[in-house]
Ligand binder design. Structure first.
Ligand SMILES: C[C@H](O)[C@H](O)[C@H]1CNc2nc(N)[nH]c(=O)c2N1
Ligand SMILES: N[C@@H](Cc1ccc(O)cc1)C(=O)O
Ligand SMILES: [Fe+2]
Length: 560
């Protein structure tokens, strides 16, 4: 019960996957202004005010998380935040309704924004050229009329003023509180005027909502990061698991912890491509938490981790990076990875949106958190922390074949549709985060969230969860929850098998263009001209020549 309620609470605050919208990506995440940091802060403030009351009840005094879970009936009590509360907040804040898509309840959970996804697409399409701006657009508007049919006259007049043509008109009694009628108005007018029409209707108090609903707006290839430095714009957070905002977070009622978490997050927000990663002087308690987890992983790893993980782990120990008594510094880890696989790290302020997170992998960049889980829950925590990144992800990123595989996932995510991102991140979830594989007929873990959470590792290997064979097509559509131990895990025939299957599935994705990473320039190129392909073929031919020579030399044929 508490779990379901907490899930509801989290869903209410969930942010849809996105790139930074300020770069023109027509995402569902609404940007208020121009940077991820500001955007994240505004979203947090809104959520925070909803939670303040709840926290006051928890009394900020070291109550344990179980009490908070049961003591504050999240999502089902009279004091609990509801979806409607969230919407209302948006309304008072921006003077407009937040439910962009009619009939889609989930969208009502979207937070502050000024433009809907459709409007951003429209705006982008209009801004492509003066002709594009004047191009005639068909569109449907859904209007929520507070004061009855009288408002229709105003609508028709305004459409007329903007030289538009009404092609279809339909009304119905509204089911929305305080709204008498909904009207569906299909219009045809220039894109620019359509944008102005929407703005103008929104200014009227007669409408509780003015929503553009159109699917056939064509715009250029969406923005995606082309150079590793563009990742400075790909750090949007899913704030749902932060201790400030998640009542089930072990640090929710611990003010000192929240302060520390925030302080470390600042580093990530200030970080720019090319900077060395600032080192953190971890406190005794933080190092102690690391030590507890580290030692337990050392104990369990020989029996339960896959071979590749163990091999890389040993290398990290030999390099004096993995030691029991102190948390490794990200800069040292980054330099270590660079030497082994070309991967580097950049600091992340928390759980990133799947789109932003996956995009960085295309550049062999792993965005890593730097703060440490709460001392009270060393063996399982709801948000990724540096112990998860370090003990879970880093060893395999030092493995050349896994590193390449990670980059392929990242490349496949660039410019992918929302539903493809959803599938990619689901497969990522059940493999890279929670994957199990067979090794000599024994079950081994390779998933990072298993290797960093002893609690979940033991659960996964117990007889409690359901184990299914890994098959990307079905795994990619399996719904999952991300706050409790998983009820289902997917088992690959071998670690190699998991990578192969994932890889084959990824390459069959429907994106209409191919991309390639150029390691010399750290740039992703879209392979869309014959010139680019010819240059590439020439480069590959040169490499082929070297490889063939190498084989000849090894076989001694150069003496013949
Ligand atoms: C792609 C997928 O959603 C995945 O679980 C991501 C999401 N965002 C993340 N963000 C951070 N900081 N660390 C992670 O390991 C992840 N994992
Ligand atoms: N549960 C993981 C941390 C984690 C949380 C959320 C994630 O999406 C991934 C990892 C641990 O305790 O180590
Ligand atoms: Fe992770």
């Amino acid at each position: 019960m508490a779990v379901a309620a907490a899930q509801k609470n989290r869903e209410m605050f969930a942010i849809k996957k996105s790139y930074s919208i300020e770069n023109g990506y027509p995402s569902r995440r609404r940007s208020l202004v121009d940077d991820a940091r500001f955007e994240t802060l505004v979203v947090k403030q809104t959520k925070q005010s909803v939670l303040e009351e709840a926290r006051a009840r928890a009394n900020d005094s070291g109550l344990d998380s179980e009490f908070i879970q049961d003591g504050v009936p999240i999502g089902n009590g009279d004091n609990s935040p509801t979806v409607e509360d969230g919407t209302q907040q948006d309304e008072t804040k921006n003077g407009q309704l937040a439910d962009a898509d009619i009939g889609d309840d989930a969208s009502k959970t979207d937070e502050d924004y000024t433009l809907t996804e459709e409007e951003i697409i429209l705006q982008n399409a209009a801004s492509e050229s003066p002709e594009a701006e004047q191009a005639i657009q068909q569109a449907a508007l859904l209007l929520r009329m507070r004061d009855g049919m009288g408002s229709l006259a105003r609508v028709l007049k305004t459409v007329d003023n903007y030289k538009g043509c009404v092609q279809h008109l339909e009304t119905r009694p509204s089911q929305v509180t305080d709204v008498q009628f909904d009207a569906l108005v299909k219009v045809s007018m220039s894109r620019n005027n359509l944008l102005q029409l929407i703005r103008s209707l929104r200014q009227s108090t007669a409408f509780a909502g003015v929503n553009l609903m159109t699917e056939n707006i064509s715009s250029k290839t969406p923005w995606f990061p082309r150079h590793a430095s563009d990742l400075d714009n790909c750090n949007h957070l899913m704030t749902k698991f932060e201790p400030e905002l998640d009542m089930n977070h072990p640090g929710f009622a611990d003010k000192e912890y929240r302060e520390r978490r925030k302080q470390i997050a600042e580093i990530a927000f200030a970080y720019k491509y090319g900077d060395p990663i600032p080192s953190i002087s971890y406190k005794e308690t933080e190092n102690a938490t690391w030590q507890r987890v580290f030692n337990t992983v050392l104990d369990l790893m020989p029996k339960h981790a896959c071979r590749e993980y163990k091999a890389a782990f040993t290398k990290l120990q030999e390099a004096d990076i993995f030691v029991p008594h102190r948390i490794p510094q990200l800069e040292d880890v980054s330099n270590f990875l660079r030497k082994h696989t070309g991967f580097t790290l950049r600091p992340a302020a928390g759980l990133l949106t799947a789109r932003d997170f996956l995009a960085s992998l295309a550049f062999r960049v792993f965005q890593s958190t730097q703060y440490v889980r709460h001392a009270n829950s060393p063996f399982h925590t709801p948000e990724p922390d540096c112990i998860h990144e370090l003990l879970g992800h880093i060893p395999l990123l030092a493995d050349p074949s896994f590193a390449q595989f990670s980059q392929e996932i990242g490349l496949a995510s660039l410019g992918a549709s929302d539903s493809e991102i959803e599938k990619l991140s689901t497969v990522y979830w059940f493999t890279v985060e929670f994957g199990l594989c067979k090794e000599n007929h024994q079950l081994k873990a390779y998933g990072a969230a298993l290797l960093s959470s002893i609690g979940e590792l033991l659960h996964a290997l117990s007889d409690k969860p359901e184990l299914r064979p890994f098959e990307p097509a079905s795994t990619s559509v399996q719904p999952y929850q991300d706050q409790e131990y998983q009820p289902i895990y997917y088992v690959a025939e071998s670690f190699e098998d998991a990578k192969d299957k994932f890889r084959r599935w990824v390459s069959a994705m429907s994106r209409p263009f191919e991309v390639r990473f150029n390691p010399h320039t750290e740039r992703v190129e879209v392979l869309d001209t014959v010139d680019k392909l010819e240059t590439l073929i020439w480069q590959l031919n040169t490499e082929m020549l070297h490889l063939t020579n190498a084989v000849k030399k090894l076989k001694g044929t150069h003496f013949e």
